[in-house]
Write a protein of this length. Sequence first.
Length: 254
Amino acid sequence: MATYKRRGYKPKNKEEEAQLEEMESTTAEVFNTLDEGASKTEEWVARNQKYIFGSIVGLVIIALGVLGYQQFIHAPKETEASNEMFFAQQYFDEAVNAIDKDSLFNIALNGANGKYGLLDIIDKYKGTKAANLAEYSSGMAYLNMNKYEEAIAHLQNFKSDDPILGALAKGGIGDAFVQLNQTEDALGYYEKAIAHNANDFTTPRFLFKAGTLALSSGDHKTALKYFKRIKEEYPNSEEGRTIDIFIGKVESVK
């Protein structure tokens, strides 16, 4: 066992003297290795200082660029897009409750009197929230105008976690597929609308649409599954008030 060397300490015998000399040699080797490693690191840093500094500067520039883009480019673009959106959205809202829907929807989509329409917003302000919302409004406009393929294309481009709009967009795609006689695709999108968010407005609405579509396709088991969910989970919804009639209809033909 090695003995700690105190100042002025003299080995008692030759064996202890040999152990002390070995410890001193090992310690010297360790410090030499550390010194060599430190020297190599310093040399590497010195040789590559230009590149290291350049990398740091590059990261700083990227960070500042992102902040600058958000503050000086993206934010003003968002504001401008929202302002331009006002005219088109106003005509879209009027068209929803109007008798002559198509003409108002056309103005909403294509603009008028030098004002941008929804399609212009999508084209000129890509990446903004206004352009995303314009995808939704365009899709719904085309759906109301019976242009189902255009409706599907725009509604599929709309991205939102909003519990209502997100579900309505998916359900709107389902409605368009129904009109194109693509029952399986329609049912798939009704399922997506149902799963998007559980709420008392959109969920029973699309459960009912899915149920009536399954019923018209002769799939009584699936229809009954959707109708019973309305009865059990959303009895106070608009669809829930009359759902017993539909459940009875399905059970009578099973």
